[in-house]
Design a binder for this molecule. Structure first.
Ligand code: NAD
Length: 334
């Protein structure tokens, strides 16, 4: 390079730096002003069809597996604004953990879209009866099946009972889960680790293996994963492991079952207001549940359930398989 060329570049560098400072000045002025207005940003995001609860929520803690009837405020699952349009007309669906939370909201929207529902649950009889009534109020049939998904025999029996009641099985939603945090890695016992894997991984394996031989082309499996399976969680080591496993299982099973016309996808929620977290976290943490998301509040079950309708309906997602759909209230790198 000649001196002449150097000078030309040097002059332009000075100009570019001055241009950068020109762009920066108004942003600096705005930042200084925003410091005073910080309070305005405190509210949670309300972009839904109705208004949803925001932290602080009433402090509360529950014994496992948690009862929706005892939650305050009651989770919002019935989506009164949602008009059914036959997207699952004549289908039969089996949903585990359908007594409460996400599973209940999925049961209600599936029924509104024309499906009969087999409701599986652990021991929350009151919640299961409430879901059954809600499905029947949509004009569809419901059966309730109580048992432990970690037992292969129960999953076999649940599939058989669904076939006996409805004559078919079109959609399976493996959704039941066990989640319990540990303060320290050393607190994670063999028994705890086993319980989480048996429920969350073996449960999904047993159920899908029992159901698939009876499913026809056009059927769908929609599994519940989690943000913890994508991002990890320092207090939910075993649970996050199972959720990441579910994501990989769905991706692999989706490819495996594609030739049979059975699609497999995952909904991976962030914080959702259901019995699961009050039956895990202490009362104070429950009160702030969801506050650290971009939306600054937990989702309500009716904000998550539409994704299951989308992934279950051959009218809506016939070319989608092996996908993981996060619904986590936005992304932030800090
Ligand atoms: P929930 O407490 O309403 O549902 C969990 C269900 O699992 C219960 O209905 C219970 O009956 C069932 N269950 C637990 N152990 C069982 C067993 N051994 N056999 C049979 N059933 C059993 O809570 P939810 O939040 O609606 O959970 C549904 C799914 O959503 C779970 O897979 C959970 O991991 C996932 N999820 C929840 C959140 C959240 O913040 N609530 C976030 C991400 C993912």
């Amino acid at each position: 390079m000649t001196d002449k060329t150097d000078n030309r570049f040097a002059d332009r560098a000075e100009d570019a730096a001055e241009d950068q400072r020109d762009i920066q000045r108004p942003i600096d002025r705005k930042d200084a002003k925003a410091g005073a207005d910080d309070d305005k940003e405190d509210g949670a995001v309300q972009a839904g069809a109705r208004r949803y609860p925001e932290p602080p929520l009433p402090p509360q803690h529950q014994k496992k597996p948690g009862i929706e009837a005892d939650l305050d405020p009651a989770p919002m699952y019935d989506a009164p604004f949602w008009k059914g349009s036959g997207k699952l007309e004549g289908f039969a669906a089996l949903i585990t953990g359908a007594d409460s939370g996400i599973g209940r909201a999925v049961a209600v929207l599936f029924a509104r879209e024309g499906a009969d529902i087999a409701i599986c649950h652990l021991d929350e009889d009151i919640d299961a009866e409430e879901t059954k009534k809600a499905v029947e109020a949509e004009g569809r049939r419901a059966i309730v099946l109580k048992g432990d998904v970690s037992e292969r025999a129960f999953c076999d029996e649940a599939v058989k009972a669904t076939l006996d009641a409805f004559g078919k099985i079109d959609v399976v939603v493996p959704n039941a889960a066990f989640q319990l945090h540990v303060p320290e890695f050393e607190d994670l016992t063999e028994e705890h680790f086993d319980r989480t894997l048996k429920t969350n991984l073996y449960g999904y394996f047993h159920l899908t293996q029992a159901a698939v031989p009876h499913m026809k082309s056009g059927g769908a499996i929609v599994m519940t994963g989690s943000v913890t399976g994508l991002m990890g969680n320092k207090s939910l080591l075993d649970y996050s492991l199972t959720k990441g496993g579910i994501h990989a299982f769905a991706r692999s099973l989706g490819t495996h079952l594609a030739p049979r016309g059975i699609r497999v996808n995952v909904v991976a929620p962030g914080p959702v207001w259901t019995p699961l977290n009050p039956a895990d976290k202490d009362a104070e943490r429950t009160s702030q549940f969801g506050a650290d998301t971009v939306m600054k509040r937990p989702a309500q079950p009716e904000e998550i359930a539409p994704a299951y309708v989308f992934l279950a309906s051959p009218q809506m997602s016939s070319y989608i398989t092996g996908e993981i759909l996060p619904i986590i209230g936005g992304y932030s790198g800090g």
